[in-house]
Design a protein around this ligand. Structure first.
Ligand SMILES: [Zn+2]
Length: 392
């Protein structure tokens, strides 16, 4: 039975980083800056959030602690290398000593990458997550980050990587370093109540897919598996309520922790849903969570032979009526319908003219390595065509 008292939905955790979880905990921001010896942080958020009342409250919290904070909000919904460059200039010109990253995945990824780049001499794309590129990063040049998520989806607050668009290459690139993990996360479900229903659904399913792809990834990581199963159960239980009654702080609390769990679990690996969503997001500038939500059933069908046994266990944990592959698939379709997710990519204006290119990009994407079946570029193209046309 899940806890339903907001006062009990409260905790200080140290895995996978220092997390202060609970309603109204964002008021502790000033004290946390002091703990980390930040006296002049740069608050990074996106342009859609900057006028939100909670940004003013966060600035009040830091100024009450005698800390002067500047705001940088030139971050697009899919942050670009150019956004990072402007942020690093703002950071260095203001002689800041830390980053407060506030927002959904975009702002958190931008904040983490600005902190990373604030003290490097090499260009950003030298650090794309390939081979051991990350070893070229000077760890002493990485500024500390405090992360405050405002969506329950990406879990970027507990991630050691960021996704940034390389506009010249028309690609989303992953930047990774173990020290990109925020020093402190303040997870206040109150910051997520203003998220509109459609975004609540898209980001919530993104969190579900993180847990599911991590669980289905063949790599050996039972710690991640345990987290992923409970993360999925919480999302099945609470996402419909968060979607229908955005102000319900209990539902928002359970969703926020489930999203943190998803990103903790996917250190194990992701899979074909993300491998396809990354190039689609870069080429069509569509919402990452929405792409994942639409793609999910088509990828499940393509992965069926490799995942049906594992899914039977997922069905038990989710307390579904039917533990078969078809039982899980029909529950997924119904869950998407309740959350008003479109059934096809054509419904969000994605057409079939770039399927060859996207198949190749998906096959080369870092997330593809975690998929239980190593699909070829052609197989990725075929899954994509099915998702465009609705051929399940
Ligand atoms: Zn995702």
């Amino acid at each position: 039975m899940d806890i339903k008292d907001t006062e009990q939905l409260f905790g200080n955790w140290n895995y996978p980083t220092d997390i202060r979880f609970g309603h109204r905990r964002s008021f502790e921001l000033g004290a946390v800056c002091t703990e980390l010896n930040m006296t002049k942080p740069l608050l990074v958020t996106d342009h859609g959030l900057v006028d939100n009342v909670f940004i003013q409250e966060l600035l009040q919290s830091t100024s009450d602690s005698g800390i002067s904070t500047e705001v940088f909000s030139k971050v697009k919904s899919n942050p670009t290398g150019f956004n990072i460059q402007s942020g690093v200039e703002a950071y260095n010109n203001g002689q800041h000593d830390g980053v407060i990253a506030v927002g959904g995945g975009s702002a958190l990824d931008a904040g983490k990458t600005i902190a990373l780049m604030s003290g490097q001499t090499k260009p950003l794309w030298d650090f794309e997550d390939k081979g051991d590129n990350w070893k070229a990063i000077n760890p002493d040049g990485i500024a500390p980050v405090i992360a405050l998520p405002t969506t329950a989806g990406t879990g970027s607050e507990v991630g050691r990587a960021a996704v940034i668009v390389d506009e010249a290459a028309h690609a989303k690139k992953i930047i990774f370093h173990p020290d990109m993990m925020p020093k402190v996360v303040i997870a206040d479900p109150g910051l997520t109540v203003g998220l509109p229903a459609a975004l609540t659904a898209a980001t919530g399913i993104d969190a579900f897919v993180h847990n599911l792809e991590a669980y289905c990834s063949p790599n050996y990581h039972p710690i991640a598996d345990g987290i992923a199963l409970e993360g999925m159960r919480l999302i099945k239980q609470w996402l419909p309520l968060a979607f229908n009654q955005g102000g319900d702080i209990v539902a928002r609390s359970h969703m926020l922790v489930a999203s943190t769990m998803g990103a903790s679990a996917f250190q194990k690996g992701l899979g074909a849903v993300h491998a396809l969503a990354h190039p689609l997001g870069a080429l069509y500038d569509k919402h990452h969570g929405l792409l994942n939500a639409i793609l999910l059933p088509y990828v499940l069908v393509a992965n069926k032979s490799a995942i049906k046994k594992k899914l039977s266990h997922v069905c038990q944990c989710l307390d579904l009526n039917d533990y078969s592959f078809d039982g899980f698939l029909s529950w997924t379709l119904e869950f998407r319908k309740v959350l008003r997710i479109p059934h096809t990519l054509s419904a969000i204006d994605i057409t079939a003219d770039k399927t060859d290119l996207i198949g190749k990009l998906a096959c080369a994407d870092a997330a593809a390595a975690g998929n239980p079946i190593p699909f070829t570029a052609e197989q990725y193209s075929n899954i994509l065509i099915n998702a465009i046309t609705g051929n399940l």
